[in-house]
Design a binder for this molecule. Structure first.
Ligand code: ADP
Length: 163
């Protein structure tokens, strides 16, 4: 069975990566797909996010990377995924995730949403927390893959005004 793991991944965190690694052991293939969302202004371009995911998952031979816009269920069909994979960190994720899962089920009854619980050590991690900590000069190397930590320092250095 193939699983689609959709998200913003702005940027990829070790929480996302842990989910991808565990899912790659459970499913024949995992398609990690970055949502192109015109209503959000991301910190990282689509290309940067794809590169971050590709380099962090390169050793996992059954992980594919893609981009999509529009309905997740439509993209799931087009890439042959029978499962949409999402992560749960806390009760606060639950309400939103359950609503999306029901919506997707109503649109595509043949596609199942599967939730994986976060790893305990990553339960506090989100892309926004990572960006917030990095913006204020905090060390994020225990939160993101090395490539992402480098991208974050480049991003923040660039946006620092010239003296
Ligand atoms: P979205 O904008 O679609 O929520 P995210 O990139 O924030 O995109 O998250 C994608 C998925 O990964 C969501 O299901 C989210 O709950 C899950 N996720 C995010 N961070 C973690 C984490 N630390 N542990 C487990 N799952 C996570």
């Amino acid at each position: 069975m193939r699983a689609l793991y959709p998200g913003s991944f702005d940027p990829l965190t070790l929480g996302h990566l842990d989910l991808i690694e565990r899912a790659s052991g459970l499913f024949e293939a995992v398609v990690v797909a970055v949502l192109q969302n015109p209503s959000k202004t991301p910190a990282f371009s689509l290309e940067q996010r794809l590169t971050q995911i590709r380099s962090a998952t390169g050793r996992l031979t059954n992980v594919e990377v893609g981009i999509f816009d529009g309905l997740t269920v439509q993209y799931a069909r087009s890439c042959g995924a029978q499962v949409i994979l999402r992560g749960l960190r806390a009760l606060s994720d639950f309400e939103f995730e359950l609503q999306i899962a029901h919506t997707n089920k109503s649109l595509a009854p043949d596609i199942e949403t599967v939730f994986l619980a976060t790893a305990t050590q990553h339960s506090f991690l989100s892309s926004s927390v990572v960006k917030e900590v990095a913006r204020f000069g905090g060390d994020v190397r225990h939160m993101v893959p090395t490539g992402v930590a480098d991208d974050l320092s480049r991003l923040l250095n660039r946006s620092t005004p010239e003296p």
